[in-house]
Design a protein around this ligand. Structure first.
Ligand SMILES: NC(=O)c1ccc[n+]([C@@H]2O[C@H](COP(=O)([O-])OP(=O)(O)OC[C@H]3O[C@@H](n4cnc5c(N)ncnc54)[C@H](O)[C@@H]3O)[C@@H](O)[C@H]2O)c1
Ligand SMILES: [Zn+2]
Length: 360
């Protein structure tokens, strides 16, 4: 098994394989037509020429490859404008297909372009980072950042197809591999049972072993897909995916977004494990530590102002507006595979849990 079907309103396949035959995979779903490839400058120089050639050989009329600068700053209105205008200049028709070759930035930006250019064109995700393979390319959330906050502009758009070639990961820096594995650890802890047991392969995945990577990516995609099809437009269930993210987002904001997301989430999960063991009596902290260590993640983050973390958590857009002041709502684990949503946590408890994951 090297693919997962996402049972969205219009179902689509997520293919994950080493030496993926991109021409065959794409042709099995879409008849060749007009296309534009979107990528970033890092991924573009490494992997775009091969992808272009494969698409052309499969019969696609590739109008252009649009390359945006590497990094989160490309999820902006100004880069969005450049990309849609690039499509217009290239003569991209309503029936065209946008292929997004890159990490979560290219996927989120490309998806938003595809959702809005001519009121919507077909979209194919070719995720090249581990985070994009396990997380951002599944679920249909696409969008941009504003100076006022991350992901404030967006849409829901399911791709026609996701095709991940594990060979692309060979050029991904190991610190980036860890950022993706943080989400794998999160989903394995939430899912429990066989997925949780398969987390024993984290060390091999971190070392780049294709079989371990493929197994964990497929499990993550299947798990995330199972949650998002139940809750395609984010009514509630999907909130479990926020495990470790309440404090994680607070840490990122307090660090001025200088902290990689996966490392912030790892610290957020450790803090949540402490809160969970206080609340439910099951001590999952050593388990969390072992898993995160195997994924090459640090067990603490550089010290930041705890009050700034709490302040940023208070402003988390996912928080329910009717919450009492000074109270936060967390996803906590009763045990592996037994998440509990909406657990009230006081400021005092949150402050203590955050303090425990700060260095020094
Ligand atoms: N839509 C969603 O549901 C969702 C979920 C999670 C995260 N996200 C978004 O995803 C983004 C983060 O994704 P990301 O971590 O992939 O960031 P990214 O796209 O910036 O990629 C990380 C870095 O790795 C490089 N890279 C990617 N693939 C590579 C490869 N094969 N070889 C060498 N270098 C490679 C990129 O150029 C970049 O420098 C954030 O903007 C976040 O908001 C979206
Ligand atoms: Zn995350």
């Amino acid at each position: 098994m090297s693919s997962v079907t996402v049972e969205a309103t219009r179902p689509y396949e997520v293919h994950v394989s080493p030496a993926l035959d991109l021409a065959e995979t794409v042709s099995a779903t879409l008849s060749p037509g007009t296309a534009v490839l979107l990528t970033d400058s890092t991924v573009g120089s490494l992997h775009a020429p091969a992808a272009e050639e494969v698409l052309r050989c499969a019969g696609w009329r590739l109008l252009d490859t649009v390359t945006v600068p590497t990094g989160e700053a490309s999820k902006s209105l100004s880069v969005y404008e450049e990309v849609v205008r690039g499509l217009a200049r290239a003569g991209m028709p309503r029936g065209g297909t946008l292929f997004a070759l890159g990490g979560g930035v290219v996927g989120d930006l490309g998806g938003f372009v595809a959702s809005s250019y001519m009121r919507g064109i077909d979209f194919v995700q070719l995720p090249t980072s581990l985070l994009a393979m396990v997380d951002s390319s599944v679920g249909g959330k696409v969008g941009l950042d504003l100076p006022e906050g991350k992901n404030l502009v967006g849409a829901f758009l399911q791709p026609r197809l996701v095709a991940a070639n594990l060979d692309w990961l060979e050029t991904l820096p190991s610190r980036e591999v860890s950022q993706g594995l943080a989400e794998v650890v999160k989903m394995g802890l939430l899912a429990g049972s066989e997925f949780f047991e398969d987390l024993a392969r984290l060390e091999a995945a971190y070392a780049g072993e294709a079989e371990a990577l493929q197994a964990l990516i497929l499990r993550s995609v299947r798990y995330k897909a199972s949650i998002v099809v139940e809750d395609e437009r984010e009514a509630g269930l999907r909130a479990v995916l926020n495990y470790g993210h309440t404090i994680g987002h607070g840490l990122e904001a307090a660090a001025g977004y200088d902290l990689p997301h996966g490392e912030a989430v790892a610290a957020g999960m450790l803090a949540a494990a402490r809160l969970g063991s206080e609340r439910f009596g099951t001590d999952l902290l050593p388990t969390h530590e072992d898993l995160l260590r195997a994924a090459g993640l640090p067990l603490e983050v550089p010290a930041v102002d705890v009050e700034m973390v709490l302040d940023a958590m208070g402003r988390d857009k996912k928080r329910r507006s009717c919450d009492q002041p000074g109270e936060y709502r967390f996803v906590l684990l009763r045990d592996a595979g037994r998440p509990e949503r909406d657990v009230p946590v006081s400021t005092v408890e949150a402050r203590r849990a955050i303090g425990a994951v700060l260095a020094g």
